[in-house]
Design a protein around this ligand. Structure first.
Ligand code: PDD
Length: 296
């Protein structure tokens, strides 16, 4: 990507090329990681599950005691303008709000405007080869804070944990806390055990994933057995299948865990079924322009 040609950026009320987007060094996002974010996939120029992403943004902002600068209708209108500026039909929007720029002091500044940043990038969904091979994951003890339900920009633990996977030649690190599987460093993780999809319960220790909800809805609608409950480490290690879920990676099979095959080491039958259901569901949203808008 040539940043000079990339026009799909919004900063504090203006659209501009990425190269012109500048923030003051005293921005609290830069100094403290004092902000929250969202990543919204866009298929055929339609934002996917935007209402759900905006509701999660509301929750993240409320949790850090920062007022939402826009209504959902305003966000939707801004996103539409941003999407129109990007060449690709399939995109992902990165949306980021910080507590603004102020003299460095941990306490909240008074009367400071938040910084609002958004950019759209081409969305490259996992290629066929990866769908067929699946991906490798490793495990690590979850050393993040106790408010992982907030989609906070302070992601140092997530960054360090993800790098462990890269260093080991894998692509995701699955996090364990108190003997239970929680999620990936930047993804949700489901386990298939005895033909039942197991999802860890949403609580303050994990991000409430939007893809998590979509996949459980699809399971419910299509008669696939599923359960939401704590998943002890041994169940993850003896899983029939493991799935990685995220807005940008959709649903992927994890076929190796800590160097050992998951099940028979190939993407499983339930994964293949769910992948197909997910693609079909995406198409229904894409073919009905503004279907989600109409529903909101
Ligand atoms: N990450 N858990 C964590 C810690 C995540 O960072 C993500 C997504 C998810 C999946 O959430 P969703 O299905 O809503 O994308 C779970 C995004 C994609 C990111 O940080 O880039």
């Amino acid at each position: 990507m040539n940043p000079a040609l990339d026009n799909a950026v919004y900063l504090n009320g203006e659209f501009m090329p990425l190269i012109d987007a500048r923030i003051p060094v005293l921005d609290r996002g830069f100094i403290f990681g004092d902000g929250v974010y969202e990543v919204v996939p866009v298929y055929s120029r339609q934002p996917f599950r935007l209402d759900e992403h905006l509701r999660r943004l509301d929750n993240s902002l409320a949790a850090i005691r920062l007022q939402n600068p826009h209504s959902h209708a305003e966000w939707r209108a801004l996103l539409e303008q941003l999407i129109a500026r990007q060449d690709c039909e399939d995109q992902y929007i990165y949306l980021h709000i910080t507590r603004g720029a102020a003299k460095r002091d941990h306490a909240f500044p008074i009367g400071v405007a938040p910084t609002i940043f958004m950019m759209s990038s081409p969305l490259i969904t996992p290629p066929q080869s990866l769908l067929e091979s699946g991906i490798a994951a490793i495990t690590a003890e979850d050393n993040r804070w106790l408010r992982c339900d907030i989609k906070a920009t302070s992601l140092l633990s997530n960054v360090l944990l993800r790098q462990l996977a890269i260093d080991a030649g894998a692509s995701e690190t699955i996090l364990l806390r108190d003997g239970n599987m929680i999620e990936g460093s930047a993804s949700s993780v489901f386990v298939v055990h005895r033909d039942t999809v197991l999802a860890p319960p949403k609580n303050h220790l994990m991000l409430p994933g939007i893809t998590y909800d979509v996949v459980l809805e699809l399971a419910a609608r299509n008669g696939i057995r599923h359960e939401i409950r704590e998943i002890p480490e041994h169940e993850m290690r003896s899983a029939q299948e493991l799935w990685l879920l995220s807005s940008t990676r959709e649903v992927l099979a994890i076929t190796t865990l800590d160097g050992k095959p998951v099940g028979n080491g190939k993407p499983g039958a339930l994964f293949k079924r769910m992948y197909g259901l997910y693609q079909d569901y995406k198409k229904t949203v894409m073919r009905r322009p503004h279907a989600e808008a109409a529903a909101s």
